[in-house]
Design a protein around this ligand. Structure first.
Ligand code: ACO
Length: 422
């Protein structure tokens, strides 16, 4: 079978034949037909905006791989920092490489006192943690003069280490501020997930991180570390394409993540389950969704049209967490909702299945996180994915500043009308 596609411009009779590789053809070839021809693709449904070797996903088959490794194997056998190394550097680390990486990340976890005392203290007492997180990431960049030298690989890698190391500290800080609790300094002897939980929950000496809960946190971090060209990563790439520093670009990506159709969905799931309130109300709620009056949050995905492999892993993790914390009372409603939806023609025909957010919220809640923190919890590991994409983008000779075209639908030229004549 020919691996080409032939496009004919019926207006002129001109024809081009373009190679197709892995289901992708270079649409720039269309310029040969007509330099003013544009492809109209709102929300990028049919557009590959870059070539990437970081994450592979096949939505029909429910496959997700980081650098070729199946997500199921990484969730079972790896740690978040090892996965971070893999995503950022392309290969699994050796023992020495992992030790050095863990050491470097662990020793960059502190943030400048001014961030805490002057910056975070300036927020209103009920500021949303995600708003604080986004702003704090952007503010952090102002502490590092060198962060603008993005084409100096050593300098860029230093910012990456700083960001990966400091996002849990910033995340915990937003929570402690919201709760009126004193900040807890990072503890360098703990693992990434343990240290985060410790900064969240320690009050005096009265807190021990349960190993099963730290492991669940680590698995959640692994599952959320990257997901190729989602909305947040696209924002990261678009902003980084203007050669903004990594802190500004990460803040932009986090802002994109904060929306309820993206990273904010796990928060929306808990609100939805709480509103449903009882298993007996599930069917009525599903009918409301089918009428278009509501949306089943945590269901559906732009790419996964069969199942989300992360949701499958998380359902298992949820039960492991509930063994320690006791069952989240919303679980029964979630299970019933899943059962009803998966057997209903509306959801079957639209290929709507639980996504990663359907169960993550239940786990976060069982771990004691307030719902306002959920998107922040997503942003911590996703920072790694964003930065891996930024590094890749900066080395990609085919990339330029992102600048899509538009199809103008406004009025044609007209003359200014004086106020008294309007
Ligand atoms: N509940 C009810 N109906 C839905 C849902 C849902 N959650 N998702 C999609 N549909 C319906 C749409 O109404 C549409 O129906 P129609 O063909 O009759 O008009 C059809 O399914 C196709 O949906 P689209 O909106 O075109 O799908 P799209 O790929 O644009 O949206 C999205 C994907 C945003 C994730 C959507 O499924 C959604 O809003 N889900 C709920 C929010 C959510 O869980 N987001 C988290 C995604 S995962 C992540 O970001 C980490």
């Amino acid at each position: 079978m020919a691996e080409t596609i032939t496009i004919i411009d019926d207006r002129t009779g001109k024809k081009i034949t373009v190679p197709v590789k892995d289901g992708v053809f270079a649409s720039s070839a269309l310029r040969e037909l007509d330099p003013n021809l544009r492809m109209y693709d709102p929300a990028f449904l049919s557009t590959a905006a870059c070539a990437s070797s970081i994450t592979y996903l096949d939505g029909e088959a429910g496959i997700l791989r980081y650098r070729g490794y199946p997500i199921e194997q990484l969730a079972e056998k790896s740690t978040f920092l090892e996965v971070a190394y893999l995503l950022l550097k392309g290969e699994l680390p050796t023992t020495q490489e992992l030790e050095a990486w863990n050491f470097e990340v662990t020793h960059h976890t502190m943030i400048h006192e001014n961030m805490r005392k002057r910056f975070v203290d300036g927020f209103h007492y009920d500021a949303h943690p995600m708003g604080m997180f986004i702003s704090a990431i952007a503010a952090l960049g102002t502490f590092y003069d060198d962060s603008k030298n993005i084409f100096d690989e050593e300098v860029l890698n230093k910012q990456i280490r700083r960001l990966v190391a400091k996002v849990p500290t910033i995340a915990a800080m937003t929570y402690r501020f919201s709760s009126g609790l004193p900040f807890v300094l990072p503890n360098n002897s703990m693992s990434y997930a343990q240290n985060f939980l410790n900064m969240m929950y320690r009050i005096g000496d009265d807190y021990t991180v349960h190993p099963a809960l730290a492991r669940a946190m680590d698995v959640l971090f692994i599952l959320h570390a990257d997901h190729e060209q989602n909305c947040g990563t696209t924002a990261m790439r678009v902003v980084a394409s203007s050669h903004a520093d990594p802190y500004s670009a990460t803040a932009a990506a986090a802002a994109a993540l904060s929306g309820p159709l993206h990273g904010g969905a796990n928060e929306a799931v808990i609100h939805m389950l709480t509103e449903i309130g009882d298993v007996k109300n599930v069917s009525a709620f599903v009918e409301q969704v089918k009428k278009g009056d509501d949306r089943l949050m945590g269901f559906g995905h732009r790419v996964y049209k069969n199942f989300d492999p992360r949701a499958t892993i998380l359902k298992k993790t949820a039960y492991e967490v509930f063994e320690v914390t006791g069952k989240n009372p919303l679980l029964d409603i979630a299970l019933k909702l899943e059962e009803v939806a998966l057997n209903d023609e509306y959801f079957i025909s639209r290929k709507l299945y639980p996504n990663v957010d359907f169960y993550s919220g239940l786990i976060y809640q069982a771990l004691g996180f307030p719902v306002e923190m959920f998107t922040v919890l997503f942003a911590i590991p996703r920072t790694v994915g964003w930065l891996a994409h930024m590094s890749e983008l900066l080395k990609d000779k085919e990339q330029k500043i992102s600048r899509p075209r538009q199809s103008y639908t406004g009025v044609g030229e007209r003359n200014y009308v004086e106020m008294k004549k309007r």
